[in-house]
Design a protein around this ligand. Sequence first.
Ligand code: DWN
Length: 413
Amino acid sequence: MGYFSKKTMVDCKICNRKTGQIISFGKMPIANSFKSKIVEEKVLLSNLSLAFCPFCLMVQLEETVASEILYSRDYPFISSTSNVMANHFEKMAQEIIRKIYGKKKPFVVELGCNDGILLKHIAVKKINHLGIEPAGNVARLAEKNNVKVLCEFFNKKTAMQIVKKHGKADVIAGANVISHIENLNSVFEGLKILLKKNGYFIFEDPYLYDILEKSSFDQIYDEHIYYFSGLSIMNLALKYGFQLVNMKHQNVHGGSMRYYLQKSEIRNPKSEIKRWVDKEKKMRLDKIDGYLGFKNRVDKTCFVLKQTLFKIKKSNKRIVGYGATSKSTTLLNYLKIGPEIIDYIVDITPTKIDKYTPGTNISIKSRDFFIADNPAYVLLLAWNHKKEIFQKEKKYRQKGGKFILYFPKILIE
Ligand code: DWN
């Protein structure tokens, strides 16, 4: 505990004991609060900083924004904007279907189903299902995909309502949603009620190991409250009478981990868990010193990236961004980069086009605009979709257009 200064110690959201700060970025606007017009004043700012709990090993935000502010309004991120992600979730749906094979009248629930990217594959097989999605605009998109949706936050009360109406679930899934829920106590209370005795709770989120290995600090923003590892999920599961029974690494969102939980009375953990947890221990994710070099590595990346962008600008070449991601709110605000460096950001999401980025006021333009404009350089803000975007923008690159990449190191390709 000697590493922690008293000033930066806050209580762990999971075990209530003292955490220690890993990194702080200062004030940040809400990551997904794209604006219809330029906003000079800084609104709804939270302090963005990350802490590690040396007791339950959970890495977490110190200050959080209320979920009602983040998700009750129209949510701008639409899952099906990536073909790679669409394939990824089709495969995940197939895995879920294999898990329920042979069951009588199986029931699958997804927490945070967004536009139904996963559940539509369950719905098409006429399998009983329900998506729980608090953001009305994306819930309506899921319904258009023939997915049954309950437009609510998931907690103990919702779980009881679902059981009353539909019975208990064989599989409860969640992709990029569990790390977004501050009150995991209410989630696990709900899971206990909703999940069948031998059912599976399967969820995936960006993997802490990958974030530290790549120093991909832009994964840190208000929506990502927790940064999971096998070590922290094992402890979390135990606290609520569950057991981690498998882990499978996923090559999406810069490196994610899919966790498989079952109620504790079911005991069949796979050897994969030991392999991952050993790797995590080797990186010292269970000790504060595993996190000590992170800030320096992040600041070094930022310094070199800023120098690179300034150098290009000085040579009178234009730079645009690609992908108005949530991640880019952290990157651009921390680097203090606005329209003086990045002319605009190209994005295919209709809910983002013609809006402005939070805190930095960079305009967002359609892909048609980008193709016609043909700028010299593109900063790949959606770096996790590199393969798909490079494939899509083959012609731009063939004509001499260059992409600037920054994780795991700065490269111009
Ligand atoms: O956890 C979360 C992840 C899964 O998704 C959420 N908190 C919100 C969101 O985070 P993000 O905005 O950082 O996610 P992406 O998937 O990196 O965003 C990609 C952006 O780039 C989207 O706005 C769509 C856009 N895009 C594009 O314009 N052309 C993406 C692709 C693949 C493309 O070809």
